[in-house]
Design a protein around this ligand. Structure first.
Ligand code: NAP
Length: 281
């Protein structure tokens, strides 16, 4: 079991990719899985789960699309039961702060009898550069149902560092690490900072939640995603998550990455370079 791989569910995701890279650089064997790997792993089809998990010793788990959705708890419950049956010893769950559904999923791990960790994250900084907000940035206007509430966005590189620490340092087991960035910002402040860094104008426009949902519906978004967006913007984004947390420092002994350093990294990578828009379209 000692030399068997560490399973990463969500291999190509924002955090899974980084966790696998770091573990490999440290010399650990890994098995990254998602719908497009062999063996595959699909949260909506348990047919391949046994093959994906068998022979691994521990797992980093990212759920898709979000632990907030009502079906997530049962999926996590089924996964944890299979992991116990197959002899996995330690499970690390990426969770979302302030989400009732995510808390229910966390409790499944905490009560599993296996070793566990929860990495409970605020909104990711990389939502502006690797997820649904990038189109608005590149198009010069980000429209969201978000106003004066501040959010201490977290850098996913910090999440990956914390996840790897929990996977490789047994003394950190059986704890929740609540991870955020060091400063809380509004979405408008983030967009202003991105505009300044890129040198092109990007406007933030607050829109009513109903307009946002109807716009997504018109573009063909499934009901589950519409439910999720309403939950994230109209329920969770109410100020409950606004104070920075200490999980990065607790796990790693260093401060969390701030938004300025995130901007520097994204600019160096060229992700917001508008000359790439032609290829992207
Ligand atoms: N974004 C945030 O601000 C935020 C904040 C707090 C917590 N979280 C949590 O972060 C988790 C997501 O982690 P992440 O951002 O690292 O991942 P991610 O980037 O959302 O993961 C995307 C990957 O998931 C795979 N995938 C899509 N549908 C799947 C399915 N049905 N079954 C299996 N894999 C599937 C896709 O790969 P394939 O196409 O190859 O399958 C894709 O590469 C969620 O649980 C969310 O609650 C997010």
């Amino acid at each position: 079991m000692k030399n068997s791989p560490i399973l990463i569910i969500g291999k190509n995701g924002k955090t899974g990719l980084r966790v696998e890279q770091r573990l490999r650089a440290l010399g650990y064997a890994t098995r990254g899985v998602s719908r497009s790997t062999e063996p595959g792993f699909d949260w909506e089809d348990q047919g391949n789960w046994h093959e994906a998990l068998a022979g691994t010793r521990s797992a980093y788990i990212t759920f898709h699309p979000d632990l907030a959705i009502p079906s997530a708890e049962q999926s996590i419950r089924d996964l944890v039961a299979l992991a116990a049956e197959l002899g996995l010893q330690h499970l690390v769950l990426l969770s979302g702060r302030g989400e009732a559904g995510a808390r229910r999923a966390e409790l499944v791990l905490e009560e599993s009898g296996l070793d566990w960790n929860v990495v409970r994250a605020n909104w990711f900084m990389q939502n502006f550069s690797e997820s649904f907000m990038i189109e608005g940035i590149l198009n010069g206007e980000l429209m969201l149902p978000a106003g004066a509430i501040v959010e201490p966005f977290v850098d996913v590189d910090d999440i990956a560092d914390v996840a790897v620490a929990t996977l490789t340092r047994p003394e950190l087991r059986n704890r929740v690490f609540a991870v955020s960035g060091p400063h809380a910002l509004t979405f408008a402040e983030c967009v202003a900072a991105i505009s300044e860094a890129t040198g092109y104008p990007v406007k933030f426009t607050r829109i009513p939640i109903e307009s946002f949902i109807e716009g997504m519906r018109a573009e063909g978004a499934p009901d589950e995603l519409l439910w999720l967006m309403r939950e994230l913007f109209a329920v969770v984004l109410d100020g409950r998550n606004s104070s920075p947390t200490a999980g990065v420092e607790e796990a790693l002994g260093r401060p969390a990455t701030d938004f300025t350093e995130y901007l520097r990294k994204v600019m160096a990578a060229g992700t917001w370079d508008r000359s790439g828009m032609q290829q992207r379209a």
